[in-house]
Ligand binder design. Structure first.
Ligand code: SF4
Length: 85
């Protein structure tokens, strides 16, 4: 694609990486059930270094980030590798 065509195109450029998948949680369930769905509750979370011992980016799944995203959009990212002891 030529530079001129890119400048005049109305479409936004294709993302290099897809964004993280977020799940919608029904508000009644979110408010009633206090489920352990953040890194802070996970067995793989290193509280001292605030990081995931499996090497995943824990920033998306921290309790404060999930709460912020839920209040803004009704959705947040759930980690598929979370384990609870
Ligand atoms: S496995 Fe998932 S939920 Fe657990 S600490 Fe790592 S990123 Fe967080």
């Amino acid at each position: 694609m030529s530079l001129e065509k890119i400048k005049t195109s109305r479409k936004s450029p294709k993302r290099l990486r897809s964004s993280i998948k977020k799940d919608a949680i029904h508000p009644a369930l979110y408010n009633r059930l206090k489920l352990p769905w953040s890194c802070d509750d996970c067995s793989h979370f290193d509280h001292k270094n605030e990081s995931c011992t499996l090497g995943y980016n824990a920033a998306h799944h921290r309790k404060s980030q999930q709460k912020f995203e839920y209040e803004m959009s009704g959705q947040f990212a759930l980690c598929r590798f979370q384990e609870i002891d």
